[in-house]
Design a protein around this ligand. Structure first.
Ligand SMILES: *Cc1c(COP(=O)(O)O)cnc(C)c1O
Length: 339
């Protein structure tokens, strides 16, 4: 039995999801004639109370499109030092949009409205122009932490005062919504653009969605084409998204419970230096300094258990749909052998 806890992206479509995929009605989406894609986009736009949504092959492309939408070359965007757009998108912000990032030294990937205000460049011509604030909810490198919505609203005020765009990287927004009892609509009200992922906790094989007003999204579809993200009969993939939105959102709660149980067990073990607080489906922890991390990971993989290193001594466990109850109890039972 393989226990793969490297990421919530390792899930495979279930027979029921596959069934909904193969029975999808499809058409050429470049002509906007794929009824299943249209249905998914309309459904998600409505969920968030926005005018339009657009299906993307990846979250990276959705975020990169959003950055391009809100900026001009030479501009600067404000994000946390842990941000996915800064760390894990291959430098795309500078490559695609010609922008630099002003990094905020936040707490677990989150920061305050005051920090945003301090990070905005003065108007003088020799500064780069600040044009976008980007946040991530939940935070990936921040260990699945959820933002305080009141702070988000304060940041929105700053964005309005300084005429800055406000983008949400919501790759794991679904996790925050179920954990904090929040609604997509409240996020739709605050952000100009939101990207959400279907292929993480929701278990789809492919897909992200970018959401925004008609004006913005009419530009987004052109950018998606420029980035090569146009697809044809991708309704087969959109069908998985529709299935996941109806069946898999509530299930995220189980991932969160399992992650918390893992964290509780890890805390008891002597070779662990620290376990970061767990709010959703991500557990980040550090081993004591005298433990060789790569040897440790190798020992786990010899027993078919896979977790990932985040660098700087941090290890990451992510629970997901395919991490079943059976796997969970086996893992909890095995833990003391390794640690
Ligand atoms: C996974 C992830 C993305 C984008 O992922 P893709 O692999 O490109 O779909 C963006 N932001 C965050 C926070 C993520 O975790």
């Amino acid at each position: 039995m393989i226990i793969d806890l490297r990421s919530d992206t390792v899930t495979k479509p279930t027979p029921k999801m596959l069934q909904s995929m193969i029975s999808a009605e499809v058409g050429d989406d470049v002509f906007r004639e794929d009824p299943t894609i249209n249905k998914l986009e309309n459904k998600v736009a409505k969920m968030f109370g926005k005018e339009k949504a657009l299906f993307f092959p990846s979250g990276t492309m959705a975020n990169q499109t959003a950055i391009k939408l809100h900026t001009n070359p030479g501009d600067q965007i404000i994000c946390d030092k842990y941000a996915h757009i800064y760390n894990y998108e291959s430098g795309g912000a500078s490559f695609n949009s010609g922008v630099s990032c002003k990094l905020i030294d936040g707490d677990r990937g989150m920061f305050t409205a005051k920090q945003v205000e301090q990070a905005i460049n003065p108007k003088a011509y020799y500064y780069s122009k600040t044009s976008l604030v980007e946040i991530e909810n939940t935070t990936n490198k921040g260990g699945g932490a959820c933002w305080d919505f009141d702070e988000i609203k304060k940041i929105k005020e700053v964005c309005e005062n300084y005429k800055l765009g406000f983008h949400l990287d919501g790759a794991r927004l679904w996790n925050a919504l179920v954990e904090k009892n929040e609604t997509p609509k409240q996020y739709g009200e605050v952000f100009d653009t939101i990207s959400v992922c279907l292929s993480k906790g929701l278990g789809c094989p492919v897909g992200s969605i970018l959401i925004g007003s008609s004006d913005i999204m009419d530009k987004a579809i052109r950018l998606r084409k420029i980035f090569g993200g146009n697809m044809r009969q991708a309704g087969y993939l959109a069908a998985a998204g529709l299935y996941a939105l109806e069946n898999n959102i509530e299930k995220l709660k189980e991932d969160h419970i399992k992650a918390k149980e893992i964290a509780t067990e890890l805390t008891k073990l002597p070779i662990i230096k620290v376990v970061e607080p767990v709010e959703t489906n991500i557990v980040i922890f550090e081993l004591n300094a005298d433990i060789d991390e790569s040897k440790f990971l190798k020992k786990l993989s010899e027993r078919d258990i896979y977790i990932i290193s985040m660098g700087s001594g941090k290890l990451r466990i992510v629970t997901h749909l395919d991490y079943t109850k059976v796997k969970h109890s086996k893992f909890l039972k095995l833990l003391p052998d390794f640690f």
